[in-house]
Design a protein around this ligand. Structure first.
Ligand SMILES: [Zn+2]
Ligand SMILES: [Zn+2]
Length: 364
């Protein structure tokens, strides 16, 4: 695929001044920047094309090589990776939009997101609940007004990166640009750090907020609470708080997606003859008909008595799973009744004398 001529890309003449090149790129960058055209592939391609052209034409040495040898003259010079193109031009872009304060990358940045793990009861997850949560969050330090510098002391250019905020490492054919490890991308360091915050500009403070947990949540669901994360450095936008839910187990119920499963013990007579039971569900006391001849593990389903769908309408079902209990101890009357049942139904129990099978066999 042949590349478009860089002068054509920026719509400038071959003798355009560096100011003209910059202004042409600025227009294109503002028009096609991915932040302004989310999801628009064509705009993204145009932005990358313009960025690549600007990288070459804004650098006198590269421009000269390009003029003499064309694309071949500058190939292998630039960044190989699309993301590197963006990070490389990020600073230029910020400068254009007045976000960067000079040529440094120390403009307002978004604060980090925070995570809070919240345990809720089984029923609370099904029906929804409101919870007050308290957590520690970095908050702007008052004595230094968030600057991190002790009473009015200034900042000096970072010695590691020379104030750029970024350092470049060569890794094989790739030039990798990363935040400066000394100034963390700020481009400057504090002369005398504030003692209250140790130069961080922020201190941990308790924060209490009310969280609305919607009905139908399950373990692992994350609730995003906008703007409750860490404040952005230098007055930037705050990050978000993610509340990660952990639903406690229930003694009586288990959950299968939106369906609830309730284990209901019943007697052998109830299983055989059928019964009408009053069973406590999450919605309250419900009358349930157990059909005659029910087997261990059979289910009686109440449609729509399960967990509500988290987004939208509809609910799951409630399955009542029957656990037929065989009595471990029998009274004399119960024993007689069961023996009579065995006689009638022809169930051979070999136990009429009460001595048991082996006793009878060996004449003990
Ligand atoms: Zn630095
Ligand atoms: Zn401070």
């Amino acid at each position: 695929m042949s590349k478009k001529d860089y002068y054509e890309v920026l719509s400038v003449s071959r003798d355009a001044s560096s100011a003209d090149v910059k202004s042409a790129y600025r227009k294109l960058a503002m028009k096609f920047h991915p932040d302004r055209n989310p999801g628009d592939k064509e705009a993204e391609d145009k932005f990358k094309e313009a960025s690549a052209a600007y990288e070459v034409l804004s650098d006198p040495e590269k421009r000269q090589r390009y003029d003499r040898f064309g694309h071949q003259g500058v190939e292998g010079q630039g960044f190989q990776d699309v993301n590197d193109v963006f990070s490389s031009f990020g600073s230029i872009f910020e400068e254009f939009f007045g976000m960067g304060g000079g040529s440094r990358r120390s403009g307002p940045r978004r604060g980090s997101d925070l995570r809070y793990d919240l345990a809720v009861e089984f029923e609370e997850a099904v029906f929804g609940v409101e919870k007050d949560i308290e957590f520690e969050r970095p908050t702007k330090c008052d004595p230094c007004k968030g600057t991190g510098a002790k009473d009015g002391s200034g900042r000096t250019n970072c010695r590691t990166c020379g104030g750029v905020g970024q350092v470049r490492r060569q890794q094989g054919f790739f030039a990798i640009q990363t935040n400066c490890p000394t100034c963390h991308g700020e481009g400057s360091t504090i002369e005398k750090p504030c003692q209250d915050c140790r130069g961080q500009g922020a201190v941990l403070k308790k924060r209490k907020i009310n969280v609305k947990v919607p009905a139908g949540v399950d373990s692992g669901v994350r609730l995003r609470i906008s703007g409750e994360g860490e404040p952005g450095p230098a007055g930037g936008q705050s990050g978000d708080l993610y509340v990660v839910l952990h639903v406690k187990e229930s003694e009586r119920f288990s959950r299968d997606g939106l369906d609830l499963i309730l284990i209901q013990p019943i007697g052998i007579a109830q299983a055989a003859l059928g019964a009408k039971l009053s069973i406590k569900t999450l919605d309250g006391q419900v009358e349930v008909v157990i059909p005659s001849g029910s087997q261990y593990g059979d289910r009686v389903t109440i449609a729509g008595a399960g967990v509500p769908h988290l987004k939208g309408v509809g609910k799951g079902d409630l399955h009542i799973e029957l656990k037929v209990i065989v009595p471990k101890k029998l009274s004399k009357d119960e024993k007689e009744a069961l023996q009579k049942f065995a006689d009638i139904s022809g169930e051979n129990i070999n136990n009429q004398s009460g001595g048991g099978f082996f006793n009878k066999m060996f004449g003990d």
